[in-house]
Ligand binder design. Structure first.
Ligand SMILES: [Zn+2]
Length: 258
């Protein structure tokens, strides 16, 4: 166990191996794939590999770790594994019913904050400006929701409509990729796949017109409409898939020559 300053309560304490994307997400994927996740990266130096790494780093004291796990991770995972609320499927997407959208939004913001403060290499390309990081830290440390007027969270349901040989919903549930950022000029976003959903968190926030779009977690209504997004139309994911395929073919080539 490492001694250090807890990123959440700022006390000097023994630190746990903390997760940004919840450990239960990794457990779920690893269980379904004999203890190894297929991790794909667009980093040319890193081969696509089977890994049991769960992207943890010494970040939080055990008290803060337990609190975030109970308050946010357990809820977020329960919703997306179908243990909380229910899902209605229709041609344009899915509706999440009887889900606490405020808690869901805070769950994703807590993941994002942990991604930003984590020193794990899978999260090294995401580092929020100190002001936003500190704003989120204070909210999470005092267990108060961040107002909807600050930061926007949107979720989409991934699917692959390729007629033959596409990814099934089950494949997409095991899809794991390092979070990546987008620059829209006036605002930024950080995106990551999550149990066949695609999450995009915007900083500082999007314009009011955009904020009413389907998939954005706003308001208080009982139904959260989640539109479909074609996984192969997400350019960053396409890039990783193509680069993983190239690496795979290269490895095959090496084996063939040997
Ligand atoms: Zn702490």
């Amino acid at each position: 166990m490492t001694l250090g300053t807890c990123k959440l309560c700022l006390q000097r304490r023994a630190l746990c191996d903390s997760h940004a994307l919840p450990s239960s997400l990794f457990n779920y994927i690893l269980r379904r794939n004999s203890g190894k996740a297929i991790v794909i990266t667009d980093d040319a130096a890193t081969p696509a590999r089977l890994s049991s790494d769960t992207w943890d780093a010494a970040l939080l004291c055990s008290e803060c770790e337990t609190r975030l796990n109970r308050q946010y991770d357990a809820y977020g995972i329960a919703v997306f594994r179908g243990h909380r609320g229910s899902v209605r499927v229709h041609p344009e997407g899915v509706d999440l019913l009887n889900v606490d959208r405020r808690r869901l939004r805070m769950f994703f913001l807590s993941v994002l904050w942990r991604v930003s403060v984590s020193s794990h290499p899978s999260y090294s390309n995401i580092d929020l400006p100190y002001r936003w990081e500190e704003d989120l830290r204070q909210a999470l440390a005092s267990d108060r929701p961040v107002p909807q007027s600050r930061y926007t969270v949107a979720i989409y349901k991934m699917r692959d409509s390729t007629p033959v040989g596409g990814f099934s919903n089950e494949d997409l549930r095991s899809f794991l990729a390092a979070p990546f950022a987008r620059d829209y000029g006036e605002f930024l976003s950080v995106c990551f796949p999550f149990l066949s959903f695609f999450v995009e968190t915007f900083f500082p926030r999007v314009s009011p017109a955009y904020a009413k779009r389907r998939g954005v977690l706003h308001g208080r209504g009982p139904v959260i409409p989640v539109p479909y997004v074609e996984v192969l139309e997400i350019p960053e994911i396409m890039n990783v898939l193509v680069s993983a395929l190239r690496k795979h073919l290269k490895t095959e080539g090496v084996h063939g020559a040997a």
